[in-house]
Write a protein that binds this ligand. Sequence first.
Ligand SMILES: [Fe+2]
Ligand SMILES: [Fe+2]
Length: 351
Amino acid sequence: MAKKSILIVHEDFSILKAFYSMLGDRYQIIIASDYVEAQAMIKKYALDMFVCAISASNRNTQNLIENLDELVLKNAKVMLLIDCFNDFDEEHLQWLYKRGVAECVPNSLPLEVLAQKIDFYFNTNSNYNELVRDLRSRTEELNKMQDAMLNSLVLITEFRDSNTAGHVKRTKLYAEALIRKMLATGYNIDKTYAENIIKSAPIHDVGKIAISDTLLHKPAKFTSNEYELAKLHVIYGHKIISNLLAEGYHDKLLEVTLELVLTHHERWDGTGYPNGLSGKQIPLSGRIMAIADVYDALIASRAYKKELSHEKATRSMLEEKGKAFDPELLDVFYSINNEFNDIQRNFRLLG
Ligand SMILES: [Fe+2]
Ligand SMILES: [Fe+2]
């Protein structure tokens, strides 16, 4: 592996020499005795570390500090050896750290200690990079596992109810279309939150797994008692997703899935279920899902009801503006209702 390169700038040649003999076996040491030489070296070499003696009174070193940006941008670690360290107050040091200086030490620090600091810095730094890499790959693995787990839940829901297969696919696409339009028109929505809504959308009815076959496949309208039982699917869904969120473990995706599963039947006017939330008390995920869900229910045919055309479904949706639906989101729906129409036409045969 190529040696890390360190440029040391010091006006005392004996220090430069000692520095070289102490660290030259394991680092590529580049030396400069003043700021002008240092600038030439900075241009010539790709530096891993820049060690520079400075004093408050020396104008050249002040210039150098002004030009730290170039070094910091190139990811070189900057260590300053400061003359009259005590003259530098906390505020001045903070200013240096903010400019990207990694460490400020007194110029009087014994060279052995300085060498140890440099070794420690590079070792810690490489361990740190490894840790970050490791963490990244574990996070990626975890994300893949989560996606697989959510996809399995989607499949279970689809197998459980043949009417659901098309519904889960279409509702995801409607939610995605709404969110895309919201983002394009400057709606204030966090991108990760938006992505998590789209990922969670196909799971919104996962609680139907726990609803009895007789009820789920009833070829007629529900009685009021049956309707109450069917409404429980949001509670069952909430329980299923809550179980996935281990105690004390916070996961942004599952948290969004949880709120969407629980709130997709809430209504803007507060007459929905299970909690009768109203307006913006209903999380955005639930408000988006409500539009996607109801539209799809309207255009679907069931044994007990005829499907509505896209135009009739859209009209019926508009009548619910400010009643079932967030008025602002319903405007977004209306502005892209042609996209909803395309989706329902392309995926209608799925059931
Ligand atoms: Fe539902
Ligand atoms: Fe649904």
